[in-house]
Design a protein around this ligand. Structure first.
Ligand code: GDP
Ligand code: MG
Length: 286
């Protein structure tokens, strides 16, 4: 199993192996499946600020120009499509472009709910390399929710035009997830992006995402206690700490989701504790 720390490519043992690592060879393994999203092995979410090239990546991988489907009961649309890569079938979901996931708008709620409740196998965050600092806000928020992510550092051609280069290896070490530079409009970097998606989806690459763990000491006890309760109720939930922080922040949407069991399949006896507490007051648990 490969982790982000020892991800260096080993010399090929024989010529065929070398061939399999070349991007032209790998790109030939891509089959665009359009709207044919049956029998998929993995679900991939595409998140990112508006205008970072999400739809360009989506179209390049699925072969679609634009296909939008309605979220049940909501007016904002998302696009879904599929592709096959190296024998595995992937559903790709193009989420609404957002600057944040803190649910101040319907778009943000949709994007966040999909990453949180949909539990995609990989979330690809498409970021604008020429405006990296601004884009990292969303990247860090996504990495708080999920530990299965790939950063698609798009528009590197634009960045280059402005004299900007990004040290993607260092960025990858700092963030703890694969970082792939791309210029999606011309297809540059997409074979490498596909491979990174496949490796995270299969577990070949294990991400160790950067987490900002500097909550005030006053609420640390409450967070720890809530995390224990949430993990008991939802053993498979990968983001209990994030959920705990949102509950403490009085996020009704998350409290409601816990109550309805939308975070996964809760264990009957323990979920009751959380349901009764709703947004658990800090004083009672910490
Ligand atoms: N120069 C350049 N333009 C790009 C690249 N990727 C996307 N674009 C352009 O950026 C604009 C926004 O792209 P779009 O895919 O609609 O972004 P979205 O809002 O994130 O879905 C479009 O005009 C694309 O053609 C890229 O890598 N380089
Ligand atoms: Mg778009």
């Amino acid at each position: 199993m490969k982790t982000m720390e020892n991800q260096s490519i080993q010399p090929a043992a024989h010529p065929q192996e070398a061939c399999a690592k070349c991007s032209v060879y790998r790109a030939a393994n891509l089959k665009k499946l359009g709207v044919n999203i049956d029998r998929v092995d993995h679900v991939i979410a595409l998140a990112g600020n508006p205008n970072t090239g999400k739809s360009t990546v989506f179209n390049a991988l699925t072969g679609l120009r634009q296909h939008t489907g309605n979220w049940p009961g909501k007016t904002v649309t998302r696009a879904e499509g599929a592709f096959e890569y190296s024998g595995k079938r992937y559903k790709l979901v193009d989420l609404p472009g957002t600057y944040s996931l803190l649910s101040t708008s319907l778009d943000e709620e949709i994007a966040r709910d999909f990453i949180l409740f949909g539990q995609p196998d990989v979330t690809v965050v498409v970021a604008d390399a020429s405006r990296l600092e601004r884009n990292l806000n969303l990247v860090l928020q996504v990495l708080e929710i999920t530990d299965r992510a790939v950063l698609c550092l798009n528009l590197v051609d634009e960045a280059q035009r402005h004299g900007l280069t990004v040290d993607e290896r260092q960025l990858s070490r700092d963030l703890g997830v694969p970082v792939v530079p791309t210029a999606a409009r011309s297809g540059q970097g997409l074979p490498e992006l596909l491979q990174a998606i496949a490796d995270v989806a299969s577990g070949k690459i294990v991400c160790r995402p950067h987490r900002v763990e500097n909550e005030p000491p006053a609420i640390r006890g409450a967070v720890t206690e809530l995390v224990t309760l949430i993990r008991k109720a939802y053993p498979d939930l990968p983001n209990a700490r994030w959920v705990a922080l949102r509950l403490l922040g009085g996020d009704d949407h998350i409290a409601e989701a816990l109550r309805k069991g939308e975070l996964g399949r809760p264990r009957e006896e323990t979920s009751g504790e959380l349901v009764r507490g709703q947004t658990v007051p800090v004083g009672t648990v910490g």
